[in-house]
Design a binder for this molecule. Structure first.
Ligand code: ADP
Ligand code: ZN
Ligand code: ZN
Length: 724
C-alpha cells in the first residue's frame, strides 16, 4: 500500500481524492497542487499527506506539479474548512474553493501583494515633448506625466491603456515602477469620547482579548455601535493584532471603510465580490502575510487568513446576506464564531435587530449581551405612527395622510424616505375586462411590469417579455398595472412634488459599481429630497437631514406562510425606521397598512423590537422551531414532476428509522415551479442538533448513489433560512 496525498478538488462531490506525491518536491497540507482530473487539469488543495491509499495502486494518478512551497491555507483555516464542510454537509472541495479568491484557484504563480504601477522613463518624457507618439500611446504618456499609476487607476482613467502600455514598454518609453508601500498616509481622525454604555461594551470585549468569547452588541441604529467597533479595532491594532469586520453588503462598505481609514490611520483591506479579482487576491494575501492588519468584507471575507488574529466583528449579524444560498451553503456569522473559537479571539456580533438565534444564545448563556440604549447624536427617538389605509382614497397606493406629511417635511427643507420592498412599476399587469394577468410561463408567477424598460420581467427567473398592447385572452385594451413598485412610487411622487428631487434607489438604479455611493453622496448635502427605495436603503447610511420614513406595503410580510417572516418583517421595519432622525432633528416614522391591529405591528410599534421578538421566541419554543429545533432541508428540482417525486420518495425511505427525527414531506416547494423546473422538498427536523447530524451525515452520502438521483438536481441545506 503506497502513501498518498489526500486532496480537495473544486467539484461538487462529497469526497477528497487520493493522488501520488509529485515526482519532485514535498507537498504540504494547505498548499495547492495541479492534478490530472478526468481529461483536464485542476488546482486542488492538499488536505492530508502520507496517508494510506483507499484504492489500488494502479488507479492512482500522480500530482503534476506543486504550486506552493509552503501552505497557502494555514492550519487553523484548514481545520475550520474541514469542520465547515462537515457541518453544512458540503462538498469539501467546494468549501476550500470558497475560501480562496478566484485568482488563487488558478494554475498561476501568486500575484505580487502590491499592485505594480507604471511610470514614464526619461526617453518617454522626451518622446512626449517631441510629440513623436499619437493616439492611445500619446494619451498614456500624457496620463503618466503626473506620476506613476497602478493598473486599477489606469483602468479608471484610460480604459484601453493596456495595448498602448505594451507598445510603450517595448520601446522603453514607460517602465514598471516600484509599488508605493502602503504606508500610514491616512490622517487619523480623533475619536469621540465614548459614552458610558459604549465604554462598558469596549471594556467587556477588551477584557476578553486573547480568549474565545462571543458577545452580542444590541443597540438601536445610531446608538454608536460603529464607534464601539472602531475603538475595539484600535485596541486590537495597538496589540499588534489583526481585526476582521464583516458587513452584509458592499453598499455599506464605502462609508464604513472611510470611517475606518480616517480613524485608524492604517490601510484597510476591503474584500467583496464586486472587487476586481486581482485586488481581491492581493488583499487576501496581504492579510495572510500579516502585512495588512484590518480587513472589512462581505460574506466570503470570513475566510480571510488571520495569522495574528485579535478580534472578529460581525455587523448587522441578523442579515440573511450572511447565508450563502447556493453551492456551499455556509453561514458567515456562524463560521465567524467557529473561527473565533479556533483562533481564541472574541467575536462581537452587532445589530439593532438581533436574530432570534443570537438572542436564544444569550438566553442560554453562550453569548454575553452588551446594550446601547441611547442615541448620542439624536435629541430623541423617532415618533412612530400607523396610517390605516382601509377606506382611504389612495393615489397609486399612497394615502392622503401620508402624502400630506411628506409635503410638510420637504417644505421644511428636510428629506423623506419612502420604503417599498418591490422594484419595478407594478407587480401585476391585469386585464380589467376578463381578469387575465401576465404570468411567467416558467414559474407560473405574475410578471412585474417595468415601465422604463417597457418590459415585463419575472423576478424569479429573469425571463423578460414585451408588454402586450392588448389582452392576449380577450383582445381588450384595458390592461391595468396592479399594485406599486418603487418605479411607480417614484413617478407618483415626482408628479405630486414637482419642485422636489425624487431619487429611486434599488437594484436597477444602482447596477453600476459605485452608483449607490454616488446617489447617496448627492444626498449628503442637506437639500430637501424624496428617496424611494427597496431594502437596500434599510441599511446603515447616515443621512442627517432625513427626518421622515414612510413605510408602505409591508402587508405581504404579515400574511406570509414562512415561519421566519414575522422576524424578518420586524427587523425590516425597525431598520428602516432607524433611518429617520439620525442627527439633531427629531425623526418620524409612518407605517401604512391595511392591518393596523395586527398584533406584531402593535407590539413592535408600542413596545419595541425587544418585546416583539420575545413573543416570537416564545412561539418558536412552543412549536419547536429554530432556534429551539434544528432543520435540514433537501431540495430537488427537475423538468418532470415524476422525477422529483421519485427521488424524494427514495431519499425519504433511505432515512434512518429513528424517533429522534421529524420529517415533513416529501412535498412541493412553496414555489412548485421555477424557471421551468418542478421543485420539491423534504424537511428533516430534530430537537437536538447532534442527533440530526448523526442521522443525516451518513444519509447525505447515500443520496448521490440513489438511482433516481441521476435525473434530478438536488441540494442539502443545513439550518436553512428560508424554506424555498
Ligand atoms: P450605529 O453604528 O449604532 O448606527 P454609529 O456608531 O454610526 O451608530 O453612531 C451614530 C452617530 O453618533 C455617528 O454620527 C457617530 O459619529 C455619533 N457618535 C457615536 N458615538 C458617539 C459619542 N460617544 N459621542 C458623540 N457622538 C457619537
Ligand atoms: Zn382580457
Ligand atoms: Zn419566471
Amino acid at each position: 500500500m503506497s502513501l498518498v496525498l489526500r486532496i480537495a478538488l473544486p467539484v461538487p462531490l462529497a469526497t477528497l481524492f487520493d493522488y501520488l506525491p509529485p515526482a519532485s518536491g514535498t507537498a504540504v497540507a494547505g498548499s495547492r497542487v495541479l492534478v490530472p482530473f478526468g481529461r483536464s487539469k485542476v488546482v486542488g488543495v492538499v488536505v492530508e499527506t502520507d496517508v494510506p491509499a483507499q484504492v489500488g495502486n494502479t488507479r492512482l494518478k500522480r500530482v503534476l506539479r506543486m504550486l506552493d512551497d509552503e501552505p497557502l491555507l494555514d492550519a487553523e483555516l484548514m481545520q475550520t474548512l474541514a469542520w465547515a464542510a462537515d457541518y453544512w454537509l458540503g462538498a469539501p472541495g467546494e468549501a476550500y474553493a470558497n475560501a480562496l479568491p478566484l485568482l488563487l484557484r488558478e494554475d498561476k504563480a501568486l500575484p505580487e501583494t502590491r499592485e505594480p504601477s507604471w511610470q514614464l522613463t526619461i526617453a518617454g518624457r522626451s518622446a512626449l515633448d517631441a510629440g513623436s507618439r499619437r493616439g492611445g500611446s500619446r494619451a498614456l504618456l500624457q496620463t503618466l506625466l503626473a506620476g506613476p499609476l497602478s493598473a486599477t487607476e489606469l483602468d479608471a482613467t484610460l480604459p484601453d491603456w493596456r495595448a498602448a502600455a505594451r507598445r510603450l514598454a517595448e520601446a522603453g518609453l514607460i517602465e514598471r515602477a516600484e509599488p508605493a508601500p502602503s504606508a500610514t498616509f491616512f490622517p487619523a481622525a480623533p475619536a469621540h469620547a465614548l459614552h458610558a454604555e459604549q465604554d462598558a461594551a469596549v471594556a467587556a470585549v477588551t477584557e476578553a482579548f486573547g480568549c474565545f468569547q462571543p458577545f452580542l452588541l444590541d443597540g438601536i441604529t445610531g446608538s454608536g455601535k460603529t464607534e464601539v467597533y472602531l475603538s475595539l479595532i484600535e485596541r486590537t491594532l495597538a496589540q499588534g493584532r489583526q481585526a476582521l469586520l464583516l458587513v452584509p453588503e458592499i453598499g455599506l462598505a464605502p462609508q464604513t471603510v472611510r470611517r475606518l481609514r480616517d480613524r485608524l490611520g492604517v490601510p484597510v483591506e476591503v474584500l467583496h465580490s464586486n472587487l476586481a479579482e486581482g485586488e481581491r487576491a492581493r488583499a487576501w494575501l496581504r492579510m495572510r502575510s500579516g502585512e495588512a492588519r484590518v480587513v472589512l468584507g462581505t460574506r466570503s471575507a470570513v475566510f480571510t487568513p488571520l495569522p495574528h488574529a485579535g478580534l472578529i466583528i460581525v455587523d448587522e449579524e441578523h442579515d440573511s446576506a450572511y447565508k450563502q444560498q447556493e453551492g456551499f451553503r455556509y453561514h458567515a456569522r456562524d463560521l465567524a464564531l467557529v473561527r473565533g473559537r479556533a483562533l481564541q479571539v472574541p467575536v462581537l456580533l452587532g445589530s439593532a435587530t438581533p436574530s432570534l438565534e443570537s438572542l436564544a444564545n444569550v438566553e442560554a448563556g453562550r453569548y454575553r449581551a452588551l446594550h446601547l440604549r441611547s442615541r448620542p447624536a439624536a435629541t430623541q427617538s423617532p415618533q412612530v405612527q400607523i396610517v390605516d389605509m382601509r377606506a382611504q382614497r389612495l393615489e397609486h397606493g399612497l394615502s392622503p395622510a401620508l402624502l400630506h406629511v411628506v409635503g410638510e417635511t420637504v417644505a421644511r427643507g428636510e428629506q423623506v424616505l419612502v420604503f417599498r420592498n418591490r422594484r419595478g412599476y407594478a407587480p401585476v399587469l391585469l386585464c380589467h375586462n376578463c381578469g387575465w394577468h401576465a404570468e411567467c410561463p416558467r414559474c407560473e408567477h405574475p410578471l412585474t411590469l417595468h415601465a422604463a424598460w417597457r418590459k415585463l420581467a419575472c423576478h424569479h427567473c429573469d425571463l423578460q417579455a414585451p408588454v402586450p398592447s392588448a389582452c392576449p385572452a380577450c383582445g381588450s385594451q384595458e390592461l391595468k398595472p396592479q399594485g406599486q413598485g418603487t418605479e411607480r412610487l417614484e413617478e407618483t411622487l415626482t408628479a405630486h412634488f414637482p419642485q422636489t428631487p425624487v431619487l429611486r434607489i434599488d437594484r436597477e438604479t444602482t447596477r453600476r459599481r459605485d452608483a449607490f455611493e454616488q446617489l447617496l453622496d448627492n444626498l449628503a448635502q442637506d437639500a430637501p429630497a424624496i428617496l424611494v427605495g427597496t431594502q437596500m436603503l434599510a441599511k446603515g447610511h447616515d443621512l442627517p437631514n432625513l427626518t421622515l420614513v414612510a413605510i408602505v406595503g409591508v402587508d405581504e410580510g404579515l400574511l406570509s406562510v414562512d415561519f421566519r417572516s414575522s422576524e424578518r418583517l420586524a427587523q425590516l421595519v425597525v431598520q428602516v425606521a432607524g433611518r429617520a432622525g439620525r442627527a439633531r432633528k427629531p425623526g418620524r416614522v409612518l407605517l401604512q397598512t391595511h392591518h393596523p391591529d395586527h398584533p406584531l405591528l402593535r407590539t413592535l410599534l408600542w413596545q419595541g423590537y425587544a418585546s416583539a421578538v420575545k413573543e416570537l421566541l416564545a412561539e418558536r419554543k412552543q412549536t419547536g422551531l429554530p432556534p429551539y429545533g434544528h432543520q435540514v432541508l433537501l431540495r430537488c428540482e427537475a423538468h418532470q414532476r415524476a422525477a422529483v417525486d421519485a427521488f424524494l420518495a427514495e431519499a425519504c425511505a433511505a432515512l434512518p428509522d429513528t424517533s429522534k427525527l421529524q420529517i415533513a414531506g416529501p412535498m412541493p416547494a412553496p414555489m412548485p415551479l421555477r424557471a421551468g423546473r418542478q421543485r420539491g422538498q423534504l424537511l428533516i427536523e430534530a430537537t437536538n442538533r447532534r442527533d440530526l447530524h448523526a442521522a443525516v451525515r451518513p444519509w447525505s452520502m447515500q443520496l448521490a448513489q440513489l438511482p433516481s438521483a441521476r435525473k434530478v438536481r438536488w441540494s442539502l441545506d443545513v439550518d436553512p433560512i428560508d424554506l424555498y
